[in-house]
Write a protein that binds this ligand. Structure first.
Ligand SMILES: Cc1ncc(COP(=O)(O)O)c(C=O)c1O
Length: 420
């Protein structure tokens, strides 16, 4: 493989998704942004949507907008657009609350549904907050369940799930793509293994939705949750989505039963009667200003198509790994993501004992913006709608320079901001 800048530029020239980059705000063209896996860029269309929402719908039409401007139906309407990206049916996805809260609601609902089974199973690559939520759910349910945490063999690859499942497993919950290494489970295989012993499965799709192709319907997935502010470009802290398979919707109960999930909220009856279908998993009033801003970003992903996005993501992560192999491996940088594309999401993690200071140097001096995950991991997020091959080439060339010239030595290892 040739590694020079003209080759990278040529890859961009023939990339059919390249024009999508112009649909985003790129205020600082020299900045190489490789953190769209944490906070996606701002689509230009979102600014128009925001201004219409604030000035017209809120400013002028006021309360009437709940009916007139599609506010009331927005959780389901935008959910249906996300359904296309994750291989679900339109009535199986809804926007509500945060990922953490949705995980709590669905985990509690599943554990209550699976009477007589005591085990809740996850792995040690999962986002730690997901484990905190599960611990809270167990506490709430009277400590009748135990949480099994399957170990990863090497801190990069996922656990051997089949070996840990048994007829006491009520619920298996995993991140589809794990946050640190980017390892990606095979949803169809793992879901089938869980179903074989009668366990339900709840997938956290935060790091895969919008970048990794999947088919929840074909896999018969029970439950899922996910963020909208990463690859879906919904904006900082935008509300999350949840998925419940159609035939389970009427069987499960939302433990946070609130008026938005009530059958007829404006009857103001004193007793809770759950709404039909997925609306029962709503709780309170949706944060409309934030929720509306999810729609333009998701529309861009659907316009590009998830198969094309995944194809480019795989090609770009392969390209990054090839550069690592040629330039960085000899300098003591380790690859902490799977080498096999089918097992990888859309970010690549590289590790070095000076990872924290190297990451800081990239940000402060090199106009490269990845992120850092303790103890020594630097994550490079590839967002196929707007990441270019030239950016990947330049980022790896600058990383090589930072290490070769030890440019990181001027930073104090103890000085860390709140968000890394
Ligand atoms: C995999 C995963 N799950 C859950 C969360 C928590 O999401 P939230 O803080 O929006 O509830 C995150 C946040 O980054 C995440 O990466």
């Amino acid at each position: 493989m040739t590694f020079d800048r003209p080759d990278a530029q040529q890859r961009d020239d023939i990339d059919p998704l390249a024009p999508f980059r112009q649909r985003f705000i790129i205020d600082e063209p020299a900045l190489i942004y490789l953190d769209g896996n944490s906070l996606g860029r701002l689509p230009i269309a979102t600014i128009d949507r925001s201004s219409r929402l604030i000035r017209e719908e809120w400013g002028r039409r006021l309360i009437r907008s709940w009916n007139e401007a599609g506010w009331w139906d927005a959780p389901q309407r935008i959910g249906a657009q996300i359904a296309t990206l994750i291989g679900a049916r339109p009535d199986e996805v809804i926007i509500a609350d945060s990922t953490s809260i949705n995980l709590f609601k669905l985990a509690v609902a599943a554990l209550r549904h699976q009477t007589g089974r005591q085990r809740l199973l996850t792995d040690d690559l999962n986002f730690p907050s997901d484990l905190y939520i599960l611990q809270g759910a167990i506490e709430l349910l009277g400590k009748q369940h135990e949480l099994g945490v399957m170990p990863s063999p090497d801190g990069v690859h996922g656990a051997d799930v089949a070996a840990h499942l048994d007829d006491q497993t009520a619920l298996l919950t995993l991140s589809h793509t794990v946050f640190k290494s980017g390892f990606t489970y095979d949803i169809a295989t793992v879901t089938a293994q869980a179903h074989e012993v009668g366990a339900m499965v709840l997938w956290d799709l935060s790091h895969s939705a919008g970048a990794v192709a999947m088919d929840l319907t074909a896999a018969g997935v029970d439950l899922a949750v996910g963020c909208t502010y990463k690859y879906l470009n919904g904006g900082p802290g935008s509300p999350a989505f949840l998925y419940v398979r159609r035939d389970l919707q009427e069987k499960l109960h939302n433990p946070l039963s609130g008026w938005l999930g009530q059958r007829s909220p404006f009857d103001f009856a004193l007793d809770y009667r759950p709404a039909a279908g997925l609306r029962r998993f709503l709780t309170g009033t949706p944060p409309m200003a934030a929720l509306a801003l999810i729609e333009p970003g998701v529309a861009l992903l659907n316009e590009a198509g998830i198969a094309a996005l995944r194809g480019k993501s795989v090609a770009q992560t392969e390209y990054l790994i090839a550069l690592w192999d040629a330039w960085l491996r000899p300098l003591g940088v380790a690859l902490r993501s799977p080498r096999q594309a089918a097992q990888r999401g859309s970010h690549v993690t590289l590790a070095h004992p000076e990872g924290w200071r190297i990451n800081r140097t990239l940000i402060e001096q090199m106009k490269v913006l990845p992120d850092f995950r303790a103890p020594d991991n630097i994550r490079f997020g590839i967002t196929p709608l707007y990441t270019t091959y030239t950016e990947i080439y330049d980022a790896m060339a600058r990383l090589r320079q930072v290490i070769e010239e030890k440019l990181y030595e001027r930073y104090d290892p103890a000085e860390r901001p709140d968000v890394t």
